[in-house]
Design a protein around this ligand. Structure first.
Ligand code: AVJ
Length: 324
């Protein structure tokens, strides 16, 4: 019999408080910025799903191709009883891992962890119907703040962090995140990590500035979130979507560029924010990796890279690492 339960690890007002703190900090900084996690309200999560189907946005398809090819091997190497998925979103690629672990016969429970309660509900409901033997325990959490896995998860566990979301963190945030994650793993557990790879900048920029304008809408949606949650006065159309390749840092930066000089009120924070014409607000970095960089960052957090797979075109990397 399927069980589906949902745990909120954070106090009820965590997201409201964190949003306020982030917006105050980011929009009063000299170079304005917002953390990408605020993209993902219901509309933002839907827009991201649309992005994954765009012809220009290759990472989802490339990662799925690797998982299709390697799921069986991942299952037999890890023999996981629990699959934990960080930033699970719609849990779409998860089925490949669930199927492989279920065929092997080791899998007992699935623990999706996400900031979006609506995405967890939706995915949990569907997966519960598809996997009647599986215990599903959704966790609403902010894994950039704390991971906080339910204590009771059966070992060995496989923690999957897919899609390239690690790249949304700055290098020092990645180091902190991987170290905290490592502390939650024991010998025999494993980490499955998806990372987008450095490639032709034109291909990268197109993936973040698609012809249909879906990514532009996704980017501007963060302003709708601020308008709704903080009664802010942003007009999303007063900003232009920008996708910039930073060749030195090897990351894509998404920005919102003010089309004109404007002052935006954020009453919930008692704040008025001035934008000069052409001023840019950074909304996301999406770092691109090379194998060596992944191995080095993992090693710095006491993980050993055991397997490294890419899609046939070498666009995306999937790592299987163990605690050491
Ligand atoms: C879900 C974080 C992996 O960085 O490629 C897609 C989000 N941003 N298009 C990424 C995103 C713009 C995506 N991740």
């Amino acid at each position: 019999m399927t069980t589906f339960e949902l745990t909120r690890l954070l106090p009820a007002d965590h997201f409201a408080q964190a949003l306020r703190a982030d917006v105050r900090q980011g929009l009063t900084a000299d170079a304005k910025w917002l953390p990408p996690k605020w993209f993902y309200d219901k509309r933002g999560s839907e827009l991201f799903e649309d992005i994954t189907r765009l012809p220009e946005y290759y990472p989802t398809r490339a990662e799925r191709a690797i998982l299709t090819e390697r799921a069986k091997e991942i299952a037999s190497v890890t023999r996981a009883r629990t699959l934990v998925e960080l930033g699970s979103g719609s849990s779409e690629k998860t089925r490949l891992l669930l199927d492989a672990l279920q065929s092997l016969g080791t899998l007992e429970s699935y623990v999706p962890v996400d900031v979006s309660e609506s995405a967890l509900h939706e995915a949990g409901r569907q997966l519960a119907a598809e996997y009647p033997a599986l215990a599903i325990h959704g966790v609403v959490s902010d894994f950039t703040a704390r991971l906080g896995l339910p204590r009771a998860v059966q070992a060995p566990k496989l923690v999957a962090f897919l899609g390239g979301t690690l790249g949304n963190l700055l290098p020092e945030e990645r180091a902190r995140f991987l170290t905290a994650l490592r502390a939650d793993l024991a010998p025999g557990d494993a980490l499955l990590l998806g990372t987008d790879l450095v490639k032709d900048p034109a291909v990268l920029v197109a993936a973040y500035d698609d012809a249909a304008g879906v990514t532009a809408e996704f980017n501007k949606n963060v302003l709708n979130v601020l308008d709704r949650e903080l009664q802010a006065g942003f007009d999303p159309e007063a900003f232009e979507h920008v996708a910039h390749w930073d060749a030195e840092q090897e990351w894509i930066e998404m920005r919102l560029r003010s089309r004109r000089a404007q002052r935006v009120a954020i009453p919930a924070l008692g704040l008025e924010v001035d934008f000069a014409e052409g001023e840019e607000l950074r909304t996301e970095i999406s770092a691109k990796f090379r194998r060596d960089k992944v191995a080095t960052e993992l090693a710095a957090a006491s993980f050993a890279l055991r397997h490294w797979w890419t899609d046939p075109e070498g666009r995306f990397g999937l790592s299987l690492a163990e605690p050491v």
